[in-house]
Design a protein around this ligand. Structure first.
Ligand code: C2E
Ligand code: CA
Ligand code: CA
Ligand code: CA
Length: 277
């Protein structure tokens, strides 16, 4: 009986913690969306492996909470997806990225910005409208935004997902499949996808130089993507050896700490300047 009681108490306080964390996130994420300056996009460059040229960057969301300091996306995005707050949050990301793209273009920088989009966001009825509105607000002809989607975006209604992807592509966005190899889509599903490129997940890249199996796996994934005429981007590249291997098998672009961590816009511009020197 004693043990039962104790177990219950532990369980109960665990629940309390989770519930109060949920409440904290809900209240404060809403505030952050109003305050605006608590949310920041960081940018991580993607380099062409053949030429070293930076053709595009990935926008990664950061939250500076006045109460808790820097909060990483994995600590609030899953919650935002659950609660639906990912829709206004995603709208904020689109608008900020479109604005930044316009600023860079005005300075003569030829850069595309890839934004991440969650399943819940993709299936919201306003997502294409929101995207168009973000481009319009940035006041720019053409579209420099690309979209990174995960396989979970395709689960609920594949036909609808395809239709939305086509609309994005018609607007001038490239669509990339994120975390490639970690989901469960079949090859035939993949072949049907209206995609521009796939992004190899970091988990495959980090073991390339540790074992032959990983190398074989990456080789096969890249071969499949190339057969389907998709571009290939590798994320999480940390060593020269990894980059060499990827270059040898004709991966197009690479992104990772080897080149740079994600940085605020200003810092990224400096990094780009120094790179040219
Ligand atoms: P992701 O889309 O797979 O993004 C790549 C993650 O790997 C980023 O983590 C990035 O900082 C990290 N990374 C890049 N290169 C390296 C490397 O060489 N080594 C290591 N160890 N890590 C590397 P981050 O910024 O913490 O983002 C985590 C996830 O949060 C993202 O994974 C994405 O799923 C989600 N996320 C971030 N921003 C947004 C957003 O604006 N909207 C949505 N829906 N999701 C976002
Ligand atoms: Ca991504
Ligand atoms: Ca990933
Ligand atoms: Ca590694």
């Amino acid at each position: 009986k004693d043990v039962g009681k104790r177990t219950f108490r532990v369980f109960s306080s665990d629940m309390d913690n989770r519930v109060s964390e949920y409440v904290w996130l809900d209240i404060n994420l809403r505030k952050a969306l109003d305050a605006e300056d608590q949310l920041v996009l960081y940018y991580q460059p993607k380099l062409c492996l053949k030429t070293g040229v930076v053709r595009s960057v990935e926008a990664l969301l950061r939250w500076n909470s006045p109460e808790r300091g820097r909060i990483q996306p994995l600590d609030f995005i899953p919650y935002a997806e659950d609660s639906g707050l990912i829709v206004p949050l995603g709208r904020w990301v689109m608008r900020s990225a479109a604005k930044q793209a316009a600023i860079w273009k005005a300075r003569g920088l030829d850069l595309r910005i890839a934004i991440n989009m969650s399943a819940r966001q993709l299936s919201s009825s306003t997502v294409v409208q929101d995207f168009v509105e973000a481009l319009r607000q940035a006041g720019q002809a053409g579209c420099q935004l690309d979209i990174e989607l995960t396989e979970s975006c395709l689960i609920n209604d594949e036909a609808l997902a395809h239709a939305v992807i086509r609309q994005f592509r018609d607007l001038g966005a490239q669509v990339h499949l994120d975390d490639f190899g970690t989901g469960y889509s079949s090859l035939s599903q993949l072949a049907r996808l209206p995609l521009d490129a796939i992004k190899l997940d970091r988990s495959f890249i980090s073991s390339i130089n540790d074992n032959a199996t990983s190398q074989a796996l990456v080789r096969s994934m890249v071969a499949v993507a190339q057969q389907l005429k998709f571009g290939v981007i590798a994320e999480g590249v940390e060593t020269e050896a990894e980059a060499e291997f990827l270059k040898d098998i004709d991966v197009d672009d690479a992104q990772g700490y080897l080149y740079s961590r994600p940085m605020p816009a200003r810092e990224f511009e400096e990094w780009l300047n120094n790179k040219g020197k």
